[in-house]
Design a protein around this ligand. Structure first.
Ligand code: MN
Length: 470
């Protein structure tokens, strides 16, 4: 059964020892980010817990971080599958979307603040990269809008800078699906209604960051992941619907023709991205559950929660495209977290012929031009998530002269500081081109046997393991 709300999932994380509740008092403008960074640095992913800060100084609302992506294990738990089944689970959800269901009321509107009563400063929104970020940022907002012409909904996780009690900056990277909604409304001089759902049922958040194709309502895929409709309620002040069990919902409008300085922000590349002239949201209303929980995604330098959840979403899309659309014998796809889960791709395949590795790389580059400055193809026996195995394949199955190919003038990996000429705003980097490198690290001819003891010898040793005194 799918989780109906964030609380159900938090309870499961707690039962399975995957949630660390922190009762010590913490300050939201430096300490939450620093504690979370240390947790990401000190714990191997397998042991790394999600965090619930119960005692944020000056606030009654707790802060949940890493709840969906402190590790791949936690992500798998949110989808209720084994780790190895994550990509196939996504494949199945995309093939069987489920339309959301409108209901009359939901817990996300147990408390309503409208107009003068709206005060975003009441929420414990953390500052992430202290000393660089100009203020607190909402990082886990599921930003909901509709195409004014087609009525098709989009849900995307875009960063929101807290600018006033009822004001937020909004940055949407080039190519992301809300941009045409705003452009079409601006052409008519209209604002764009926007709802930001915080802490909805886990499947909604996972879809919001998943890089689904344009024109796909992320909530239908969330329904596909859950095998049942996502329940929605109508917003109080705008013509949009939001997940009924979200912890907090911010209702507002993107103001037409207004751009304001937004940023800098400690980015997924591990570097601080600069200020840009970005959108402004005026907030009309905030609704929430009784005793709400504020959910944040931990971003900045990888590895982070953001690199975990965004990366898996991209992997699922690439896997589907390479395997189903192109019919390639791809067995696994991984975006390495060292590349911010964007710049460095490894594809594993059971190749039938010599041309398929290059076809897979070209397929990945054309499917999502923002990804894979470095793309490596390995054989099926190499686990793309095992860096040692990938290095081994690169070392002994790849011939630089024959197997490395570089293409110039492709779309740059978004926010890659190496391709930004000084003085060019990073937000216009979709206009900036970059070269990309593919490496075929598959075997080109029959190989000698691997230099390991026979497997039966190793199995015998396993059986006698304790006899050796270990
Ligand atoms: Mn979308």
């Amino acid at each position: 059964m799918a989780f109906n709300d964030l609380r159900e999932f938090l309870a499961v994380l707690k039962e399975t020892n995957k949630l660390k509740v922190i009762d010590a008092e913490v300050e939201k403008d430096w300490e939450i980010a620093a504690v979370t960074r240390r947790v990401f640095q000190k714990f191997d992913p397998v042991q790394r817990p999600a965090l619930l800060f119960n005692n944020v100084k000056g606030y009654s609302v707790p802060v949940a971080i890493g709840v969906l992506g402190a590790s791949r294990e936690i992500y798998a738990l949110a989808l209720q599958v084994e780790e190895g089944q994550i990509l196939d689970k996504w494949l199945q959800a995309k093939q069987c979307p489920v339309e959301p269901e409108l209901v009359d009321d939901g817990p996300c509107q147990e408390s309503i603040s409208v107009g003068e009563k709206v005060n975003l400063f009441e929420l414990p929104i953390p500052v992430w990269t202290r000393g660089h970020d100009p203020g607190p940022y909402i990082t886990a907002g599921c930003v909901i809008s509709k195409d004014p012409e087609t009525g098709v909904r989009n849900v995307g996780t875009y960063r929101l800078q807290l600018k006033g009690p009822d004001k937020m900056g909004l940055f949407i990277a080039p190519g992301h699906h809300m941009l045409p909604h705003i452009a079409k409304n601006e052409k008519e001089g209209r604002p764009t209604p926007v709802a930001v759902a915080l802490g909805p049922e886990p499947a909604v958040s996972l879809c919001s960051v998943a890089s689904l194709p344009p024109g796909v309502d992320e909530l239908t895929i969330a329904g596909g992941l859950s095998n049942r409709p996502v329940k929605l309620v109508k917003c109080k002040t705008i013509d949009l619907e939001v997940p009924a069990t979200a912890e907090i919902v911010i209702e507002g409008e993107v103001l037409p023709e207004i751009r304001e300085a937004e940023g800098p922000f400690g980015e997924y590349t591990g570097y601080v991205g600069p200020v840009g002239n970005n959108f402004l949201v005026r907030v009309n209303c905030v609704t929430n559950r009784s005793n709400p929980i504020y959910q944040a995604f931990f971003s900045e330098m990888p590895p982070s929660e953001s690199s975990c959840i965004r990366g898996i979403g991209h992997e699922a899309s690439l896997y589907q495209h390479l395997k189903l659309n192109l019919g390639l014998p791809v067995t696994d796809v991984h975006l390495k977290e060292g590349g911010g889960s964007g710049a460095y791709l490894v594809i594993a395949m059971r190749k039938d012929n010599a041309t398929q590795p290059k076809q897979a790389v070209l397929g990945a580059w054309s499917y999502n031009p923002e990804l894979a400055k470095i793309a490596v193809v390995v054989d099926e026996d190499i686990d793309p998530r095992n860096p040692f195995a990938v290095d081994w394949a690169l070392s002994f199955r790849m011939r630089p002269y024959e197997d490395v190919f570089i293409e110039n003038n492709l779309t740059a990996v978004i926010l890659d500081p190496s391709v930004a000429a000084p003085g060019i705003p990073q937000h216009e980097k979709n206009k900036i081109l970059s070269s990309k490198m593919g490496m075929d690290a598959t075997m080109k001819h029959p190989y000698p046997p691997v230099s390991l003891p026979p497997i039966e010898d190793l199995k015998k040793v396993d059986q006698r393991w304790k006899d050796y005194g270990f």
